[in-house]
Design a protein around this ligand. Structure first.
Ligand code: VG1
Ligand code: CO
Length: 544
């Protein structure tokens, strides 16, 4: 097959963020933009030559074109074989699973996750390594460095490659295997959970559920698993057709963006269980009738009940959470006598802990939870875990969570997002705040006293790599915390995230309104960082 070597010039903005390179579609469609980044992956990861690569995405606008370009470039860069999901579709956890089971040297996942799609929306590309997980910082750093030097890329002049029919075909020397994107993943789920018990629950006549696929990638997965294999009635999966623009919505599973599901779950005759996932299928939102389970609580509840699930019956080796995630899971780890690790934001930091057998479960406050079955967060996995739990405990979601609070106390928790702030202003806010930190320890705010204030850094206990500048933390003597970070996934201006947490153990104070219970801390956060003045915003854009 004829190979073209195309001259190009570097783009200076191809530094991967929290989860891959994410830009507006208009950026990705500029001549050479995608090609440069893909060539930078091949140039910086020479072990891909002669190996297998997994390829798929969440089906958003530009997914199909990008798959064709990457296949032709893979061929020109001497990749031996590419395994691609039919239609170019693979959810992030399904891609992780395929990389692992195929023994692939890596994978490319096309997604901007929870960001909106369509011609005016966002697109993204993530590189995953051989363990199935997101590339660690050393690898993303090498890709970025390569992107600053790239002066040509290689692409095969092949005709359109059929990705819509399962089977093997050749593209020059390279093999392309198109696989059913759902099958292997559904089998994996069936191997982890008690499907017969879940089937009985769904057929008991006294239990109903809804899953909102948000017109994103999980539709076909949820339909196969919930409606086909578990026999939930048709209609259990809402918004199940994947659409290139997600029906014009943000595929972000929270009560702001999954409004219809929220109304259903808080309405009369609400289903017993509600859940949603995001664009690429790695996030989850869990709801009971009239009850929202905060993601941090969900992680803690899963850890505390893992012994009831077939895959985790033998116990957990340890757990981990990202730094801004609430300390609810720490309390469970303490009770179980297992280690609990605190990592920076982003799934890539869990990889070493999972590979090294130090942890079994991990999660983030941003609706991400998973275990050592893959190396990505896994939305449907979390939903099935809850369904299995409800089937075994035979209790409503709200009761399971309230009993958890009675035992461990409740970690009131909220995140306030201030979106699309001018980047200079956001940086100024962070640096001014950081400058006040030396004076903060010992300072009183009402009944609260600051214990320490720092800029979080992490030393990976497995490879000793250090990551600095991972979020500003104010820690109070009573265990309350306020954390400030700038998002690494946005594509317009900057997003300030403010995370607020307070532990309550008085058993008659566990059912308060979340925002009200955190009001004093929210007030302190606003004043120490001068949020209103420096962002020009009176209120956060999204509260979760
Ligand atoms: C956000 C979340 C983070 C998550 C990341 C990728 O990052 O806070 O916890 O790992 O998105 O999730 P940031 O830098 O914007 O805060 V996904 O589902 O968008 O791949
Ligand atoms: Co996602």
């Amino acid at each position: 097959m004829e190979i073209s070597v195309v001259s190009t010039r570097p783009f200076t903005d191809q530094k991967p963020g929290t989860s891959g390179l994410r830009k507006q579609v208009s950026s990705f469609r500029r001549p050479h933009y995608l090609e440069n980044f893909v060539q930078s992956i091949f140039d910086s990861q020479p072990m891909l030559r002669g190996s297998e690569l997994v390829l798929g995405g969440d089906g958003r606008f530009f997914n199909r074109e990008a798959v064709q370009i990457i296949l032709r470039m893979a061929c020109a860069n001497e990749i031996r074989k590419v395994t691609v999901g039919r239609g170019g579709i693979l959810s992030t956890p399904a891609a992780s699973h395929l990389i692992r089971t195929r023994g692939a040297a890596g994978g490319i996942v096309l997604s901007a996750s929870h960001n909106p799609g369509g011609p005016g929306g966002d697109f993204g590309i993530k590189f995953n390594v051989a363990n199935g997980g997101p590339a660690p910082e050393s690898v993303t750093g090498a890709i970025h460095a390569a992107s600053l030097e790239v002066d040509h890329y290689r692409i095969a002049r092949s005709p359109h490659i059929d990705i819509d029919h399962v089977g093997r075909r050749q593209a020059g020397e390279m093999e392309v295997e198109v696989v059913d994107p759902v099958h292997d993943y559904a089998d994996l789920m069936e191997s982890l959970f008690d499907f017969p018990a879940m089937r009985d629950l769904l057929h008991s006549g006294s239990f109903t559920m809804r899953f909102d696929a948000m017109h994103a990638v999980t539709g076909p997965y949820a339909e196969e698993i919930l409606e086909q294999r578990l026999g939930a009635p048709a209609g259990t999966v809402m918004r199940k057709e994947p659409l290139a623009d997600f029906g014009g919505c943000h595929p972000d599973p929270n009560l702001t963006h999954a409004r219809e599901l929220g109304q259903l779950m808080y309405g009369r005759g609400a289903p017993d269980f509600g859940a949603a996932s995001d664009g690429d299928g790695d996030r989850n939102m869990i709801l009971g009738a009239g009850f929202f389970v905060s993601p941090s609580d969900s992680l803690a509840v899963l850890a505390a009940n893992a012994h009831l699930i077939p895959a985790y019956r033998g116990g957990l080796k340890g757990v981990a959470r990202s730094m801004p995630t609430s300390q609810a899971i720490d309390a469970v780890a303490d009770a179980l006598g297992i280690p609990c690790y605190e990592t920076p934001t982003g799934w890539k930091f869990f990889g070493n802990l999972l590979d090294d057998g130090r942890i079994t479960l991990c999660g983030e406050e941003s609706f991400g939870t998973s275990s050592d079955h893959v190396r990505e967060k896994d939305g449907l996995w979390a939903v099935l875990f809850w369904l299995n739990l409800i089937a075994v405990r035979n209790q409503p979601v709200a009761t399971i969570v309230r009993e958890h609070w009675q035992r461990y106390g409740r970690h009131y928790y909220t995140r306030h997002d201030y979106e699309e702030i001018e980047s200079g202003r956001a940086d100024a806010l962070m640096s001014r705040l950081r400058a006040t930190f030396p004076e903060l320890p010992g300072r009183r705010f009402g009944s609260l006293r600051v214990r320490t204030a720092d800029d979080f850094s992490y030393r990976d206990p497995v490879d000793d790599s250090v990551s600095t500048g991972q979020g500003l933390r104010i820690l109070f003597e009573d265990g309350s915390r306020i954390v400030f970070r700038l998002s690494g996934t946005g594509t317009m201006g900057a997003t300030l995230r403010v995370y607020v947490e307070r532990h309550e153990t008085r058993t008659d104070q566990l059912d308060e309104d979340n925002q009200a219970a955190l009001a004093a801390l929210i007030e302190i956060a606003g004043s120490v960082a001068d949020i209103r003045n420096l962002t020009g915003k009176d209120a956060p854009d999204v509260i979760t």
